[in-house]
Design a protein. Sequence first.
Length: 167
Amino acid sequence: MKIRLSIGDRWRQMAEEAGCIGSFDWECSGPSRLLFIRPGILLFLLTAAVLTAGPIQNAQAQILGQYIESYTARLSPRDHYNSKGERLRSAAAIIRQDRANFYVYGLRDSEDEPDSYFSKKENRARLEQLLENGRTTPDAIYRIVNGTPLIRVDIYATGILVTIVSD
């Protein structure tokens, strides 16, 4: 006949098998101690991990400073060439040319949105530094330099975040 153990009894049985004789975690000895975690402690550790995850997600925005604004833009073939007709080879230069085309030359793609920040020449001049301080993925950089993606640019005080919306 099998005897059904309560949760407490099963816990004690597991503790004995793990070499934890006493009722407190610190009475466990040897390598078993690392494997034997009481449910209360495990719950505490999981709760702590979940509660600290929120601030970690916002850490990037905090590093970049105050949020300013966002815009989307289609990086068309003409955005890949400067006003002298030279091919641009960096993502930052292509994004900067897109903003110059939009504000200076009036060359706008149907998906280009205005932004107040890069409407100023001195802010466009900071674009390379802002992207260097900001974040994007190597894949996004490759797609910007070698394609015509629709991008979203989130502008912060000290950097920009660039994401690909679609190709």
